[in-house]
Ligand binder design. Structure first.
Ligand code: ZN
Length: 263
């Protein structure tokens, strides 16, 4: 049974998809589930949220909701629908909803140093972000959850590629690379240039991902505690489960801490 708070977040997500015209323009079928107690929500919000965000202190469904809500706000406040196609808007929103799916609460530095299953599977290249993408498209491959069922193969390919590009851009290890690329374009920004548009979308999702700090202090501050709690859970796990040389351990802790604090 979902808490009232979760149902409210789902309802808001559904409203965002409707309000941006995405449900109508792309003929997204409403999705009824028993758990929703009759509430009708977009497949994307119901399927993604109910079972696929873990109860981590920080990387949980509330974080997913905040990032998506910030994306929705930026789309309106910056009148992005005048500049972007509806396909771009759908990509921005869907990438935001899916961007931390099944996050295990341990960051990439840990994944790589501990040689976890995810790091091995993705050859140390953005293991978490690759995992979030893979889980997203596993969900969309289920007939009940496929919000793209009305898309022709070419359109689906575009949505899939766009969503993957944005989710992979949330890896903070690529922060400098993406920012440098954006700086080179920003003075002569061209909305007709596909490369420029893609770069802007990457910057947008990155801004939304770390946007807690621009919220009112009473909202922003508890998120810092959540972030630190998740980080210390990771540290405690390392101490208990890994017998490693103390110097190597300090390197892990140091790099893990920097990564966590930035993200
Ligand atoms: Zn995130």
């Amino acid at each position: 049974v979902l808490s009232r708070f979760v149902v409210q977040m789902l309802s808001c997500l559904e409203h965002m998809y409707h309000d941006l015209g995405l449900v109508k323009d792309f003929n997204i079928k409403p999705h009824h589930t028993e758990e929703m107690a009759g509430l009708c929500v977009c497949c994307v919000s119901s399927c993604v949220s109910m079972t696929n965000y873990r109860n981590n202190p920080f990387h949980n469904f509330r974080h997913c909701f905040c990032v998506t809500q910030m994306m929705y706000s930026m789309i309106w406040l910056c009148s992005l629908q005048e500049k972007f196609t509806q396909v771009d808007i759908l990509i921005l929103m869907t990438a935001a909803v899916c961007h931390d799916l099944d996050h295990p609460g341990f960051n990439n530095t840990y994944q790589i140093n501990a040689r976890t299953e995810l790091a091995v599977r993705y050859n140390d290249i953005s293991p978490l972000e690759n995992h979030h993408c893979a889980v997203a498209f596993q969900i969309f491959s289920q007939p009940d959850c496929n919000i793209f069922s009305n898309f022709d193969p070419e359109a689906f390919k575009q949505i899939r590629q766009g969503t993957i590009t944005l989710i992979l851009a949330t890896d903070m290890a690529r922060h400098g690379e993406i920012l440098d690329s954006f700086k080179q374009k920003v003075d002569n920004f061209d909305y007709t240039d596909e490369e420029h548009i893609t770069c802007l979308k990457m910057v947008l999702i990155k801004c939304c991902d770390i946007s807690n700090e621009v919220r009112p202090m009473e909202v922003a501050e508890p998120w810092v505690d959540c972030l630190l709690e998740e980080y210390f859970m990771q540290v405690r796990f390392i101490i208990h489960h890994h017998t490693i040389h103390i110097v190597y351990y300090c390197i892990i802790i140091h790099s893990t801490m920097l990564n966590n604090i930035i993200k």
